[in-house]
Design a protein around this ligand. Structure first.
Ligand code: CMP
Ligand code: CMP
Length: 442
C-alpha cells in the first residue's frame, strides 16, 4: 500500500469514527484517534519484530532510545508527546507490578497507554494466582484484599473523571490478526480447580452466552484461564480511569456501576463486566463495586482479547444500528444495547416456515431484522402482520406460558433471537413496555 493510500484510509476511518461518536472536542478527538492508532501500529510492528529480524527487515528506525530498550530486552516506548507523567517511570512500576503480563509475553497494558490514563493503580489490582502454562497447585480461589476497602460511597466518589474515560478507540489490530496468533509465545493461564469449583463453573459461568458460540478448544482455554475472585460487599472491583486487566463474570451477588460517582447500572448472576477497557484499549469506563458479597470469575486481558474479543465486537457492531432503531428499546442506554447485542443470535426462515408454534413451550424472544410474518391463532386466523423492527414471542417468556399463537414467515425472514435468561436480565425497563403492550389484552 502506498503512503497516500494509507493516509486516505486513515482519514476515512477517522471520518467514520467522528460521525458515529460526534465528539464535542474536535482536536482532542483527532489527537486521541491518531495517538491510539500510532500506539496500535507500533505495538503490532513490535510483535512482528522477531519475524522481521529473521527476514532481515527493519521495522523501526534505530534511535538511541529504542536501541537502549532493545538491549534491555524490554519493549520500547512510543511516547505520547503530551504525556504529563513520565512513561518510563510508569513502565518500570508496571513491569514489577504485573507479573502476568510479563510472563505471558504480552506487553504490560501501561506500555502503550495514552497520556490520558490514570497513573493510580486500583487498590484491588488482582495478583494472578498462576500465569503462563505452568500448573500451580492452587485451589483456585483468590479473595480480594478486603483490607484495602475504603468504603463504598467514599471509593465511588474518589473515582475521578478522566478526559478520555468513555472514549472508545478502535479494536487493536494486534489481536485481530490471526496470523500472529500463537507466534508470539503467548500461552493462556491454566488454573486448577477443585471439583466443587468445577461443578459451580458448569452450573453457571459456562452457560454464559458469551461462551456459547465458542468451539470446544476455545471454551476449554477460557474455562481453565478463569480465576475465582471473592469480592466482599463494598469491594471496589474496578476503578474508573484505570487500565483494564480482567474481564469478570458474576456467579453470585450483585455489582453496582458508577460513572463519575453516579450509579448507572447494576448486574447480577450470569452477567459480565469489564469488557470495554479490554476491547478498546481504553481506560475503565466505570467503577464497579460489590453491592453484596460476590463470587466472580476473572479472565485475564490477553485471553479475553485472544478468544472473546472478535466475536464480541463483531456482534456489537452487527446489531448496534438495528437495535437503535427499535422503538421498544428506546429506553435502553447505548451500553445496555451493547450488552443486549452480546446475547443475540440471527436465524433465517423460508416463506411458510413457522418460527414459533401455538401451544409449544417458548425459549426465545424475537425481533424481525428483515422480511415479514403473520401471527396466526388457531381459532381466529391471522391476527396481525409483522414487519422489520417488530417483535414477538414475549408472552411465553413473560408469563412462562405456552405460545399463544403461531408466527409464520410470509417472505424470507431474518430474525434476531434473545434467549430466556438474556430476556429476563437485559431488557430492563423494556419489560414493562412489553407487559403494557400485551396483544392479548387489547
Ligand atoms: N453505563 C455503563 N457505562 C460504561 N460501563 C459500564 C456501564 N455499566 C456497566 N459498565 C461496566 O463497567 C465496566 C468498567 O470497566 P470497563 O470499562 O472495562 O467495562 C465496563 C462495563 O463492563
Ligand atoms: N393477538 C395475539 N395473541 C397472541 N399472540 C400474539 C398476538 N399478536 C401477536 N402475538 C405474538 O405472537 C407470539 C406467539 O408466541 P408468544 O405467546 O410467546 O408471544 C406472542 C406474541 O408476541
Amino acid at each position: 500500500m502506498s503512503n497516500f493510500q494509507q493516509y486516505t484510509l486513515e482519514l476515512e476511518e477517522l471520518d467514520r469514527q467522528f460521525k458515529t461518536q460526534n465528539p464535542t472536542d474536535v482536536l482532542q478527538f483527532c489527537y486521541n484517534y491518531f495517538g491510539n492508532r500510532l500506539q496500535q501500529q507500533r505495538q503490532y510492528l513490535w510483535s512482528q519484530k522477531q519475524k522481521a529480524d529473521t527476514l532481515g527487515l527493519t521495522l523501526f528506525p534505530s534511535t538511541d532510545e529504542i536501541a537502549r530498550d532493545v538491549q534491555r530486552k524490554s519493549v520500547p516506548q512510543f511516547k505520547n508527546t503530551l504525556s504529563d507523567n513520565d512513561p518510563h517511570t510508569k513502565h518500570q512500576t508496571l513491569e514489577s507490578e504485573d507479573p502476568q503480563a510479563k510472563s505471558s509475553g504480552e506487553p504490560s497494558a501501561g506500555l502503550f497507554k495514552t497520556s490520558f490514563e490514570s497513573s493510580q493503580a486500583s487498590p484491588f489490582h488482582t495478583s494472578a494466582s498462576s500465569s503462563g502454562a505452568a500448573l500451580s497447585p492452587t485451589d483456585g480461589s483468590q479473595p480480594f484484599n478486603s483490607t484495602n476497602y475504603s468504603g463504598f460511597a467514599a471509593s465511588a466518589a474518589k473515582s475521578t473523571m478522566r478526559i478520555n474515560a468513555n472514549r472508545r478507540t478502535s479494536v487493536s489490530a494486534e489481536t485481530l490478526n490471526p496470523e500472529t496468533f500463537g507466534e508470539d509465545g503467548w500461552k493462556p493461564p491454566v488454573h486448577q480447580f477443585t471439583s466443587e469449583q468445577l461443578q459451580r463453573l458448569n452450573a453457571s459461568v459456562v452457560k454464559n452466552f458469551l461462551f456459547s458460540q465458542l468451539d470446544e478448544d476455545s471454551l476449554k482455554t477460557i474455562i481453565f484461564a478463569l480465576e475465582e475472585k471473592r469480592a466482599p460487599q463494598g469491594t471496589e472491583i474496578i476503578r474508573q480511569g484505570d487500565e483494564g486487566d480482567f474481564f469478570y463474570v458474576v456467579e453470585k451477588g450483585t455489582v453496582d456501576f458508577f460513572v463519575n460517582g453516579q450509579k448507572v447500572n447494576s448486574s447480577g448472576p450470569g452477567s459480565s463486566f469489564g469488557e470495554l477497557a479490554l476491547m478498546y484499549n481504553s481506560p475503565r469506563a466505570a467503577t464497579a463495586i460489590a453491592q453484596s458479597d460476590c463470587i466472580l470469575w476473572a479472565l485475564d486481558r490477553m485471553t479475553f482479547r485472544r478468544i472473546l474479543l472478535e466475536g464480541t465486537s463483531k456482534k456489537r457492531s452487527m446489531y448496534e444500528n438495528f437495535l437503535k432503531e427499535i422503538p421498544l428499546l428506546k429506553s435502553l442506554s447505548s451500553y445496555e444495547r451493547s450488552k443486549l447485542a452480546d446475547a443475540l443470535n440471527s436465524e433465517v426462515y423460508a416463506v411458510g416456515q413457522n418460527v414459533v408454534t401455538e401451544g409449544e413451550a417458548g425459549e426465545n424472544f424475537y425481533f424481525i431484522e428483515s422480511g415479514t410474518a403473520d401471527v396466526i391463532k388457531s381459532d381466529e386466523g391471522v391476527v396481525s402482520k409483522l414487519n422489520k423492527g417488530d417483535y414477538f414471542g414475549e408472552l411465553a417468556l413473560l408469563y412462562d406460558s405456552p405460545r399463544k399463537a403461531t408466527v409464520k414467515a410470509t417472505s424470507p425472514l431474518k430474525v434476531v433471537t434473545l434467549g430466556k435468561s438474556g430476556f429476563q436480565r437485559l431488557l430492563g425497563p423494556a419489560v414493562d413496555v412489553l407487559k403494557l403492550q400485551d396483544p392479548t389484552k387489547h
